[in-house]
Write a protein that binds this ligand. Structure first.
Ligand code: THU
Length: 144
């Protein structure tokens, strides 16, 4: 599974978005360490606050199926499903990524006409909050 294939699966997932309130359709394709891919879309709610982002849909599907190790995610989105620019993951989705993924986890943000931007989780979520045992590994090293 290369990044182009993962991006194609995120675009396919975007078609399933349930976004009657914002009109923004978002798709994600999450690559597990064993090669399995989980697709996710945003699922909006009349309360607005109960909306679930595409990325978290993909993560929660994967984790509830027993996966704990992840390599990369591709994300795309746009008004009415037309990708006109990058759709970077929101802060809550970055925090969920930080729960399960290491600093080198790759995030491919899809742009128009086959373009994409690659970032690592450590670039998108520097100094993220983690459970204490993980913080010892990542943050303590930075104290001098
Ligand atoms: N959305 C996502 O699916 N992922 C993000 O990371 C940011 C926002 C969705 C939520 C809502 O349905 C729509 O985009 C507009 O905010």
């Amino acid at each position: 599974m290369n990044e182009k294939q993962l991006i194609a699966l995120s675009l396919e997932a975007m078609e399933k978005a349930y976004a009657p309130y914002s009109g923004y359709k978002v798709g994600a394709a999450l690559l597990c360490a064993d090669g399995t891919v989980y697709q996710g879309c945003n699922i909006e709610n009349a309360s607005y606050g109960a909306t679930n982002c595409a990325e978290r849909t993909a993560f929660f599907k994967a984790v509830s199926d027993g996966h704990r190790e992840f390599t990369a995610i591709a994300i795309c989105g746009g008004k009415d499903g037309t990708v006109t620019g990058l759709f970077p993951p929101c802060g809550i989705c970055r925090q969920v990524m930080g729960e399960f993924c290491g600093p080198d986890f790759k995030v491919y943000m899809v742009g128009p006409e086959g373009t994409y931007q690659e970032q690592t989780l450590s670039q998108l979520l520097p100094w993220g909050f983690r459970a204490e045992e993980h913080m010892k590994d990542s943050h303590d090293k930075k104290i001098c």
